[in-house]
Design a protein around this ligand. Sequence first.
Ligand code: A2R
Length: 307
Amino acid sequence: MKALIIGAAGFVGGYLIDILNEKNFDVYATKLPYENIQSDVKVYNLDLFDFAAICSLLDKIKPDVIFHLAAQSSVQVSWSKPQLTANVNIIGAINLFEAVRAKCLSAKVLAIGSSEEYGDIDYSNAVNEEVVPEPKNIYALTKFTQEQLARIYVQAYGLHISMTRSFNHIGPRQSVRFVVADLCNQVACIERGERSPLISIGNLSSYRDFSDVRDVVRAYVLLAEKGIDGEVYNVGSGKAVQIKEILDLILSLAKTKIAVKDDPAKFRPIDIPRIEADISKIKNIGWSPEIPLKQSVLDTLDYYRRV
Ligand code: A2R
């Protein structure tokens, strides 16, 4: 089976390459020209704005499965660069779907979306896929648009696309823009004596649904095999954890005593108190998270201790 990962140089891409290699897929990966992929797979430079290049790559590879990870994936950047975000996440997705339509209609495509899409909904219960998203930021809106476009391409042209709404994922190599990686990096810097023993924090009271990136890519491979065309699947742990609990865990793993101080820059103007995924739908096709939160945090901390 030939698997093509679009946008493989990011956080998730590296883990997806690993699991596809383990499962003996013939793996092809794309990246932007200035990015690096250090893995023994076939790597191509590809910008989603170049429709002709996408067509010629699909023509050449004829993939059986395509994982669409490429995105402008930061909520914060989506406020400062709304045009870029819409171009990559919406026009880029259209370019990919059009190229699939033209060159490899039978390929299975997995389009990765985000729990951010849910936005302004009632979070008093775990959120299932029937809930209609109310995106509240530009990134979320572009991902919801990608999902709706995917549905249209399934219905109108018979493409084989499944979609995800992926909740927070964590693990080694994640960028410090994300809370767990940020806290682990700060602790590692303190342990090395690079800064005073004071960790800066944002809002600790929120509950979020974290899963390990290695579980997440296992879900993606399963969805590529068993996901129903036109259907969206939550990918998460199914259990919300308070950020304070994660901070306490990280501090308990630290090799030195660390104090905590608020950083106003890390507080968001609007923060939803609790977000938890209902993962019954993906569980029904055979996926459950396996890596405990403590292990993910420990591995992330160890990664930042090494870099
Ligand atoms: O933004 P960059 O320079 O880090 O490059 C990202 C790349 N990308 C593109 N690829 C092809 N054509 C474009 N026009 C284009 N613009 C950006 O997609 C990056 O290398 C990759 C996405 O990787 P990350 O930002 O690290 O996302 P991650 O954490 O791997 O998440 C995968 C997917 C994304 O669709 C997220 O929005 C979703 O899961 O949560």
